[in-house]
Write a protein that binds this ligand. Structure first.
Ligand code: AMP
Length: 289
């Protein structure tokens, strides 16, 4: 596996690969790799000639009181995992090279960024859209892979690529879970043993909400059920959001008639604070006709 730290060298390498007719697949990550990341990388390997993975803990997507400094970093362990999967290139740029003195250009996806996580992390998606744009310009991939665990992020990236006519195909991959249902996340490392046990309430809530939707309950009732289930767990310090949403616009549907969505999909989504960790999860559910 080739490790590239400099932007110019990555661009030169991608240009050469493209000249040779190679299809480049790209998986952007912030490292502390787990099975969720690895599932994206495996899919990328299957569908492309060359697989590039980036590890970059992007400061512009963290708020001033968030966990940028303590975000887990494990370059050695990550490199080992990437090597054993047969990744071709690890791109590992420095913050100084990505955001030099005087850096002043940002990408904003309006509308979609003002729902769900955007309400609690005001400049988060601007940071994500900006860094992904930069990484696309550097890696020049044919395809890029994103996890549905971060549903809103994937939706925003797809909209950005469409709106800005970026020449890259966005591929979304299913959420990988621990055996007890907790969605894998680098932030799960922050949890104590008892907080980790409590965190299973998130997936339980999604399953109960799905069952309720399948029983024919209305959206308002399902939202109440979700909030009640999450609140029953003492380690849940704060419920930032938990409801039924339109999967395209991300509008909260709790005041809407479920008949408007019969035969269509709706999104169940949750963000909670458990101990020191902010955890998110979601599930798409198709309603009966
Ligand atoms: P991150 O390192 O958290 O920025 O995540 C990098 C990529 O991995 C993003 O596209 C995430 O959506 C994806 N990802 C993170 N956790 C999971 C998971 N449990 N299952 C599937 N994809 C995931």
């Amino acid at each position: 596996m080739k490790v590239i730290e400099h932007i110019g060298q990555m661009q030169e390498t991608s240009r050469a690969l493209r000249r040779e007719g190679k299809e480049i697949g790209f998986v952007p990550t912030m490292g502390a790799l787990h099975e969720g990341h690895l599932s994206l990388i495996r899919r990328c390997k299957e569908e492309n000639d060359t697989t590039v993975v980036s590890i970059f803990v992007n400061p512009t997507q963290f708020g001033p009181t968030e966990d940028y400094e303590r975000y887990p970093r494990d370059l050695e362990g990550d490199s080992e995992k990437l090597r054993s999967l047969g990744v071709d290139i690890l791109f590992f740029p420095s913050v100084e090279e990505m955001y030099p003195e005087g850096y002043s250009t940002y990408v904003e996806v309006e509308g979609l960024s003002n729902h769900l996580c955007g309400l609690f992390r005001p400049s988060h998606f601007r940071g994500v859209a900006t860094v992904v744009t930069k990484l696309f310009n550097i890696v020049m991939p044919h395809r890029a892979y994103f996890g549905l665990k971060d549903y809103q992020q994937a939706l925003i990236i797809k909209r950005m690529v469409r709106d800005l006519n970026m020449d890259v195909q966005i591929i979304t991959c299913p959420t990988v879970r621990e055996v007890d249902g907790l969605a894998m996340s680098s932030r799960n490392q922050y949890l104590s043993e008892s907080e980790r046990r409590s965190a299973t309430v998130i997936y339980r809530t999604l399953l109960r909400a799905k069952e309720a939707l399948e029983r024919g309950e209305d959206f308002g009732t399902v939202k109440t059920l979700m909030v009640e289930t999450l609140s029953s767990e003492p380690h849940v310090k704060e419920i930032q959001y938990a409801s039924v949403y339109d999967p395209e616009s991300l509008e909260d549907l709790s005041q809407r008639q479920r008949e408007d969505y019969s035969g269509s999909e709706v999104l169940l989504a949750i963000a909670v604070i458990i101990g020191p960790a902010r955890l998110i999860d979601n599930m798409l559910v198709r309603l009966r006709d």
